[in-house]
Design a protein around this ligand. Structure first.
Ligand SMILES: *Cc1c(COP(=O)(O)O)cnc(C)c1O
Length: 296
């Protein structure tokens, strides 16, 4: 199965950071694929391969109404000939979110669970009536897991990244960061910006995706969630606008805006030593911006 690899990943410099006597570059994963955006491309790769190896033709996963993971899964399954199933948190609303409309248009079948049922990752009864659950390949919510981390571990091998002193990314499940930690050269500082509020089990979840010698080889900052997952305020929106005007690199408000805000804050607080070479991972997610003015 050929989950075609992007030839070369692009790295863009951010010139406005020079005043802090550091180099800041952005690895543009948002450009890897028009539909399977950003880190999701890497995280899904080995799950799809595993499903094919197990001769499963149906792939299901869990997510919210604006989920980049669900959107990317629908697109990837559509390209590679799997039937996809999205198990969505919350009741079905009369008009679906643009994310779920896209998913359906790409052939995904959607099933909805109440928040309580979703929390325990129930298999919806209408799904179980239509499909034999044994024939379905289940990917954990958000692609969390070893196969996801294995795919993400290839992100830093596609371009020259050894010269960077610091590498930062936004953290949801932490699978992407775990992948980056697996490939870092041992001297680089890996930093994750958590986009969830008080998600203090995240360190444990990331460490469980790592061999023992790599645990504790990273830091998580918990102070840049702006109220919690998918929450934002005027300060963050102002920052996004300003950033996009200065750099022409678009950001999503759920993940990358919080990462880039955090970096700009850390620069101003002189967190990074002089002459640091900082690489920010742009994990994509721009489709989710359609939820900015929606009723989430
Ligand atoms: C899913 C996602 C993340 C989070 O990745 P994890 O591996 O779950 O930590 C970060 N950024 C964007 C844009 C995403 O869509």
């Amino acid at each position: 199965m050929s989950f075609i690899a992007p030839q070369k990943l692009r790295i863009d410099p951010v010139h406005s950071c020079h005043k802090f006597h550091t180099t800041v570059d952005v690895l543009r994963l948002d450009l890897v694929h028009p539909l399977v955006s950003g880190n999701k491309w890497f995280k899904l790769k080995y799950y799809l391969e595993d499903a094919a190896q197990q001769q499963k033709k149906i792939i299901a996963s869990y997510g919210g109404a604006w989920s980049n993971h669900i959107h990317a899964l629908a697109a990837a399954c559509n390209s590679f000939g799997f039937q996809s199933i999205g198990i969505i948190r919350g009741e079905r609303s009369e008009t679906l979110s643009p994310t779920l409309q896209d998913a359906e248009a790409m052939g995904m079948k959607l099933y909805f669970l109440s928040r309580e049922e979703y929390r325990i990752k129930k298999i919806p009864s209408d799904l179980a009536n239509e499909f034999d659950p044994d024939e379905i390949y289940f990917i954990p919510e958000g692609g969390y897991g070893n196969l996801g981390a294995r795919g993400a571990s290839e992100i830093l091998t596609r371009v020259e990244t050894k010269s960077y002193t610091h590498i930062l990314c936004a953290v949801g499940t932490g699978t992407t960061l775990a992948g980056l930690i697996r490939t870092n050269n041992g001297t680089q500082e890996l930093i994750g910006i958590s986009v969830l509020k008080n998600n203090h089990s995240i360190e444990e979840e990331i460490s469980s995706l790592l061999p023992i010698e790599l645990r504790h080889r990273y830091k998580i900052f918990h102070d840049y969630h702006f109220g919690g997952y998918a929450k934002c305020n005027n300060e963050l929106l102002r920052f996004m606008k300003e950033w996009e005007r200065e750099t022409a690199i678009p950001l999503d408000f759920v993940y990358t805006a919080k990462l880039f805000y955090a970096v700009s804050d850390l620069l101003q607080k002189n967190y990074f030593p002089e002459n640091s070479k900082i690489l920010l991972i742009h994990t994509g997610g721009l489709q989710g911006n359609r939820g900015l003015h929606g009723s989430n």
